[in-house]
Structure formats: C-alpha cells, structure tokens
Write a protein that binds this ligand. Structure first.
Ligand code: LHQ
Length: 261
C-alpha cells in the first residue's frame, strides 16, 4: 500500500485521496504506481460503483513532483517520454477507459498533470478557491496527461492555447464559465456536495453510465453518422438490461427504481 494514496470506503463508492499535502500532493513514480494499483483494484471490485478523487490539505495535485524523477542523472537528462507514457498517462487512460464514473473534488490548486487528472474525470466540482494551472511552460515543458486534448474540447482552442502558453492560473469560476468543469461550490461545502454527487452515481444504473463513458469518449472524434450508429448500438444494449426493465416498472409503479444491486 502506498501511504501517499488514502482510500476511504463508502457504501457503493470509494474516495481516493492524494495525500502528500506538504507538496500540494505532487506525484512521483511511486505514488503514481500506487494510484494505478488502487484504480485497478476498484475497477475489479463489483461492490464499487463510483469513485471520488480529491486531495489532502490545501492542494488537489501540483502535478509531477519536481524532484528525483525529473533530475538529470549520470546518463543525462530524464526520459520524460517514458515518465509521462508509463506513469501519468496510465492514470488518465484508466480513468477514461473505466466502467466507473469518476467525480473530482478539486479542493485547491490543480497544476500540470494534476489538472489533467481532474479534467479526465467525468464530473468535476471545484472549490471557489481552487485554481487550474497549466504549469508546464514555466519549466520549459509542454502540456501532457491529456491537457491539450481536454482543454481544446472543453474550453476551446483559443483558451487552451493561451492557458498552455501563458501558464496563468484559472479560477474555479472561470473554469466553470469556460465549460472545463461541472461547477464551482463554496469551499466549505465542496466535499459534502461531491460526496452527494458520487453517491447519486453509485445508485444510478451502472451499465448505462459505463456505456455513456464509451459514448462521450468517442464523441470527440466521431462524425455525426458514426456517433448515431454508436448511440443506436449502445441503446440496444441498454434496452436488453434488467436496469431498463426496472426503470420502466418503477416509473409505472410510481416508486424510485432500485438499479442492479
Ligand atoms: C512542489 C510542487 C511540485 C515538488 C508545489 N513538486 N514540490 C512532467 C514531467 C514528466 C512527465 C510527465 O508529466 C509531467 C507533468 C507535470 O505535471 S509538469 C508540471 C509540474 N508541476 C509544476 O511545475 C508545478 C510547480 N508548483 C507550482 O508552480 C506552485 O507550487 C503551485 C502553482 C502549484 C502552487 O503555488 P503556491 O500555492 O504558491 O504554493 P507553493 O509554491 O508555496 O508550494 C507549496 C509547497 O509545495 C512548496 O514547498 P515548501 O517546502 O517551499 O513549502 C513547494 O515547493 C511544494 N510544491 N508543487 N510539483
């Protein structure tokens, strides 16, 4: 178990807490390995139906730790292609390929890859005091962990380019106004609101949510015709589930549905 990743189990969902508050939860290879293991365990545990990702202390995640992993060694500069591809990008791939809905509660600064980890999640809530920083340019790097993809699709290319090239901090409210996140909430109510959203997802039809993830991942690159075909196929799958039968029955009987539990 990696001590920099805390896990808080709840009924039907799990909270994963990045926990190196003295470094604003900056990640290193050991922590990223622990995070990937934690995500894999959650994925294969059928009692888990949603994930809430947040940070300990005043930061969400300050991206790659500017420490030993990125310090030049006797053989020359660090291999950042390997570092990003093997560690950071595996986190993003897992979040996006997961059957599970992910909620991010951005409790403070989300910088570099830390911002990308939040933006990879399905529903992002941010504290009013949170900031999103494309910190890469400040140290001579380029966006990674999906930042150029997520920002282009959510905020639009003009804002994505400026955020990346200037590295200015974006407030939670600005991120909400630009469509980068779902919403900004008061600092004091962030965790409670994020927990409510996660519990709502845990009670939702899990298969339908997994199919929605598939659908929205494809929507960024598909043509309308290809997307219509995908929607028809996934609706066909949805129509054959017990959750659909239960949803219709519950509607007719004027009671809340009990999905797949
Ligand atoms: C940190 C860090 C940090 C270590 C704050 N490391 N200690 C890169 C390379 C290769 C492959 C794959 O991916 C990537 C992706 C990336 O993520 S590159 C971007 C890496 N991250 C950054 O460049 C961000 C660096 N941090 C900052 O710019 C600031 O700390 C931010 C804007 C995040 C927050 O500023 P403040 O609120 O003013 O806090 P602070 O700077 O005072 O930080 C608090 C402490 O946390 C401080 O330590 P200290 O001992 O002085 O209290 C910082 O040194 C430490 N810390 N980020 N990434």
């Amino acid at each position: 178990m990696n001590h920099d990743i805390r896990i808080e189990p709840h009924q039907g969902w799990t909270k994963i807490i990045l926990s190196r508050p003295e470094k604003l939860n900056a990640v290193n290879t050991a922590m990223l390995t622990g995070l990937v293991t934690t995500l894999d365990q959650a994925e294969s545990d059928i009692s888990i139906r949603a994930i809430l990702l947040t940070g300990e202390g005043r930061g969400f995640c300050a991206g790659q730790e500017l420490g030993p992993d990125v310090t030049p060694g006797p053989d020359g500069p660090p291999d950042l292609e390997h570092l990003a591809g093997t560690y950071h990008h595996e986190v993003v791939r897992r979040i996006r390929a997961s059957r599970l809905p992910f909620v991010a509660a951005v409790n403070g600064v989300a910088a570099g890859a830390g911002a990308s980890f939040a933006l990879a999640c399905d529903i992002v809530l941010a504290a009013r005091s949170a900031r999103f920083v494309q910190a890469f340019v400040k140290i001579g790097l380029v966006p990674d962990s999906g930042a150029s993809f997520f920002l282009t699709h959510s905020a639009g290319e003009a804002r994505a380019r400026a955020m990346a090239m200037l590295g200015d901090a974006i407030t939670g409210e600005q991120a909400e106004a630009w469509g980068m996140i779902w919403k900004t909430v008061d600092d004091a109510s962030l965790i409670a609101e994020a927990e409510t959203v996660t519990a709502q997802l845990a009670a939702a039809p899990a298969g339908a949510l997994a199919r929605m993830k598939q659908m929205f991942s494809a929507a960024g690159t598909n043509s309308l015709n290809a997307q219509l075909d995908l929607e028809a196929r996934l609706q066909g799958e949805s129509g054959r589930t017990a959750d659909f039968a239960e949803g219709v029955r519950a509607f007719q009987e004027k009671r809340p549905p009990a999905f797949n539990r």
